[in-house]
Design a protein around this ligand. Structure first.
Ligand SMILES: [Mg+2]
Length: 94
């Protein structure tokens, strides 16, 4: 399986997890940017704790697995935002 396919499947799994937790989300765009900003901040933290040495407790928040998890969550929230836009504006349906 291509690496890009594996990543997209992980984004899809994260979308399912989010829907199971929160249900269908139809926030206004400004709330989506806030949610996405929070997730991006978590990704930034994971990257920072990978490259800066803030001690072992903080370092545990970094590394490959945490960076990957947070990046997948950023992607999944962006997908959820697009899904809301498409519901609202009649986006293309396959
Ligand atoms: Mg996150």
């Amino acid at each position: 399986m291509k690496q890009s396919t594996i990543v997209l499947l992980d984004v899809q799994d994260e979308r399912k997890r989010q829907d199971a937790k929160w249900g269908e989300q139809n926030h206004e765009p400004q709330f989506w940017t806030g949610i996405l900003g929070e997730e991006f901040g978590e990704l930034c933290q994971a990257v920072n704790e990978t490259v800066f040495n803030n001690g072992p407790a903080e370092r545990a928040k970094g590394g490959y697995a945490n960076m990957r998890t947070e990046a997948i969550q950023v992607a999944a929230v962006a997908v959820a935002f697009v899904e809301m836009l498409d519901r609202r504006h009649g986006g293309k349906v396959l």
